[in-house]
Design a protein around this ligand. Structure first.
Ligand code: AMP
Ligand code: MG
Length: 329
């Protein structure tokens, strides 16, 4: 199969719609990472997502819809706080989990009685979702466990020959996957951290819990138990306070002829002398936006990525550290 990367216009949207309707897969941009989309009403198409990615069959998918989609077709029991949150943050990088109506095929949620819904803000994503006017099940458009894609080229690098079409909407501005919020209880609960932080949710909803996996208990968000985001080179991760140890490690490896790079933000980089840097940028939003791109660059040019955590650890950094630990920990 030949894989095309096309800019988003009438021609490519028409092609995308044809592919989706016949049960195929389309790579498309969102403001977080690129998605691998299929018709959520077509069981064969949804199964193809799992097969194409090599995704474990118990890791449920998020359903993407356009901003004017009537959610009551898909889910029930939408609590008042969720209506407020949707007003405040949607379209945007927030996925909300509700009781499912059972309209989409059960493979989407791996048999759970809930359904995760996302309304992306990326203009290209909105155009694609409007054009097909179907609920689109989509995980990130990478091979399972590899680093998520934030450019059309990243999708191509992982899925060339496996899908027909990648809609190119430029580099994703957000850079880490959406916040996943359980909206089935009396209080919203963060299942996966992202750019919409727990504090931001609490400010609108009054309160917000955060889920932590407990050993031996059934996982509320099955995706959490999997290792993710790994670059295909060696990695090491140092805390901010250990940044000079990271520099020593870098010097030791470099002296032995290894191609080592330090991946860090601007504040850490100032202490790293003339070490080779994979720069994550200045503030927390830049770090989130650059993380996957630098990991993918690192695996191309380095034998080992030595990551140093930023000093700031709250807000958006909660989500960044979650990914960084999974990638390099
Ligand atoms: P990905 O598509 O790789 O970004 O992963 C989707 C994430 O959403 C995973 O962490 C899933 O566990 C989570 N998720 C999807 N559907 C549900 C659901 N119905 N209940 C709880 N978590 C979900
Ligand atoms: Mg993923």
């Amino acid at each position: 199969m030949k894989t095309q990367i096309l800019p988003i216009d009438e021609h490519s949207l028409g092609l995308a719609k044809d592919i989706i309707i016949k049960g195929g897969l389309v790579g498309f941009p969102t403001e977080t990472v690129y998605g691998l989309g299929a018709n959520a009403l077509n069981d064969g198409a949804v199964k193809l997502i799992y097969a194409t990615k090599g995704r474990p069959s118990d890791n449920p998918l998020i359903v993407h819809v356009h901003r004017d989609y009537d959610l009551s077709q898909l889910v029930t029991d939408i609590p008042d706080y969720a209506v407020l949150l949707a007003k405040a943050f949607l379209p945007g990088p927030l996925t909300m989990v509700y009781r499912s109506r059972g309209a989409v095929c059960p493979t989407v949620s791996c048999g759970l009685d809930t359904l995760a819904i996302r309304v992306p803000s990326h203009e290209g994503a909105q155009r694609f979702l409007k054009y097909v006017n179907l609920p689109i099940a989509a995980p990130s458009a990478n091979i399972s466990k590899h680093v998520s894609p934030v450019t059309a080229q990243h999708v191509f690098d992982d899925l060339d020959g496996k899908i027909e079409l990648i809609l190119d909407g430029g580099k994703c501005s957000g850079g880490i996957e959406s916040t996943v919020l359980d909206c089935t209880g009396p209080v919203p609960c963060v299942l996966r951290s992202g750019l919409v932080t727990r504090d931001m949710v609490a400010q609108v909803a009054g309160e917000c819990d955060e889920y932590h996996m407990v050993e031996g208990e059934r996982v509320r968000s099955p995706g959490m138990k999997y290792k993710h985001y790994s670059p295909r080179c060696r990695t090491a991760l140092f805390a901010f306070d250990d940044r000079f140890k990271a520099l020593e490690e870098y010097k030791w490896l470099t002296a032995r002829g290894e191609r080592a790079y330090i991946m860090c933000d601007d504040e850490v980089a100032r202490d790293m002398g003339d070490a080779k840097i994979l720069s994550l940028g200045g503030d927390e939003n830049a770090v989130a936006a650059n993380l996957y791109d630098r990991l993918r660059e690192g695996e191309r040019i380095a034998d080992i990525i030595i990551a140093v955590a930023p000093k700031k650890q709250d807000g958006v950094m909660v989500g960044v550290m979650n990914r960084l630990t999974k990638a390099c920990g």
